[in-house]
Design a protein around this ligand. Structure first.
Ligand code: PAF
Length: 283
């Protein structure tokens, strides 16, 4: 496994693989890798000749400076995990490498980016599009792998690829959960033991709501989830929306969409967590 930190080095390395006719995959990450990332990388290794994993805590997608400063950084441990699962190249650039000049590009993915995370975290998806497009230009991957935990991000990246006419196949991979149900996230390491216990209510509620939804209206299901979260001390709900999985717009009745997904964002103490659940359709 090679670890490179400049776009130039990366390009030279990948050119040699490309000349040999090898397929190239990219798994973009911000590091602090866990089993969820490992599942993306393992799939990429199975489906491609060469796998590049980028590790870069992208400042332009953080709308909260504290969140950026507190984001876990564990490059050495990350590289151990990546070597074990058979990654070819780790790309771990410095901020100046990815942003030699201010990136003034402004993307619009309306209406996908005006709701949920887009509404709560102004500029977040613009920053994601800035860095992911730069990574796509640097790697020119045949395929790129993203987790469905960031459900809205996945939809926006697909739209970005369409808008920029990029020749990359976007592969969405299912959420990986801890044995007790908590969706894996780099931010989970920031939870105290007490908060970690409370955070369990999130996945438990979402799974309970699947059974509830079978017998109840969409509005009642939303209230069921809201009440369970709001009734748990230490959890502060930011939103729970049941949306069409393609347009990401809220639906009012189950009959309004063939693909209904519940998306949640909340604070567990000071740690912001997201999760989602499919009620209807999707893969
Ligand atoms: O999902 C993430 O970890 C990040 O948003 C991504 C896609 C690596 C871009 O920084």
């Amino acid at each position: 496994m090679k670890v490179v930190s400049t776009v130039k080095e990366l390009g030279m390395l990948l050119d040699t693989y490309r000349c040999e006719g090898k397929s190239i995959a990219l798994v973009p990450t911000m590091g602090a890798l866990h089993a969820g990332h490992a599942s993306l990388v393992e799939r990429a290794v199975l489906e491609n000749d060469v796998v590049v994993v980028s590790i870069f805590v992208n400042p332009t997608q953080f709308n909260d400076k504290n969140d950026l400063n507190n984001y876990p950084r564990t490059l050495e441990a990350d590289c151990v995990l990546l070597e074990r699962v058979g990654v070819t190249v780790v790309f771990a650039p410095a901020v100046e490498e990815m942003y030699p000049a201010e990136d003034t590009r402004v993307f619009s993915f309306a209406p996908l980016d005006t709701v949920m995370e887009g509404a709560c975290r102004p500029g977040h998806f613009n920053g994601v599009a800035q860095i992911v497009s730069k990574l796509f230009y640097a790697v020119e991957p045949d395929r790129a792998y993203f987790g469905e935990k960031d459900f809205q991000q996945l939809a926006i990246i697909r739209e970005m690829v369409r808008q920029l006419s990029l020749d990359v196949e976007i592969i969405g991979c299912p959420i990986v959960r801890e044995p007790d149900g908590l969706a894996m996230s780099s931010r989970n390491t920031l939870l105290s033991a007490d908060e970690r216990e409370r955070a369990l209510v999130i996945s438990r509620t979402l799974f309970d709501s699947l059974a509830f939804a079978k017998e109840n209206t969409l509005a009642a299901t939303r209230v069921f989830v809201e009440n369970a979260i709001n009734g748990t001390p230490g959890l502060e709900l930011e939103y729970y929306q049941i949306v069409d999985g393609n347009t990401l717009q809220e639906i009012a009745e189950w009959e309004d969409s063939d693909f209904a997904v519940g998306c949640i964002a909340l604070f567990c103490g000071k740690v912001r967590l997201i999760d989602n659940i499919k009620y209807k359709g999707g893969k």
